[in-house]
Design a protein around this ligand. Structure first.
Ligand SMILES: [Fe+2]
Length: 176
């Protein structure tokens, strides 16, 4: 058997028989929805922790505004994660199991820098939220192709939230 390359491996979803939720959706199509949702979930956790990281480490004259804005955004991101994972389970797939699993699937990069200026934090989170919008679009396309209407509908809500976060970050990062 040919070994899978890392990029193939990260998209493979295997579902043990005991965890196969019955669904009328077609198996291959649902696997690609599950892959898209699991990658989206990993990105969401990565973005959640980065937003909290910046909430904890932001500094400067706008400290209070940014500290509170980032906390609101982190709470909002975390609030979507359970629903993302449960869409995967409802449609017969399996989802994330560990921080290591997140690290293997995430496409939003961590930022472990010792110091990031407030302006750079906002700009980076703005870009990351737009990346999340792309991931959501990918999930929506997979859901539509699979006839998975419920995922397609709920993805619209998550997209609206990500666009709202990007808007706030953009406006807050503009020079006055
Ligand atoms: Fe806090």
């Amino acid at each position: 058997m040919t070994p899978h390359s890392p990029s193939e491996e990260r998209h493979l979803v295997t579902t043990p028989a005991a965890l196969k939720t019955p669904t009328d959706l077609e198996r291959n199509a649902i696997r690609s929805v599950a892959d898209a949702l699991n990658a989206l979930l990993a990105d969401s956790y990565a973005l959640y922790l980065k937003t909290k990281n910046f909430h904890w480490h932001v500094s400067g004259p706008h400290f209070r505004d940014y500290h509170l804005l980032l906390d609101d955004q982190a709470t909002q991101i975390l609030g979507t994660t359970d629903a993302i994972a449960e869409r995967v389970r409802k449609t017969g797939g399996t989802t994330l199991r560990s921080i290591g699993h997140i690290a293997r699937l995430q496409r939003i990069e961590d930022n472990d820098s010792e110091f990031v200026s407030a302006r750079d934090m906002l700009a980076e989170l703005h870009r990351d939220n737009l990346k999340l919008v792309e991931a959501l679009r990918e999930a929506k396309e997979a859901a539509d192709a699979a006839g998975d209407n419920a995922t397609s509908g709920i993805v619209d809500e998550w997209t609206d939230l990500a666009e709202e976060r990007a808007w706030f970050l953009f406006e807050a990062s503009r020079g006055s």
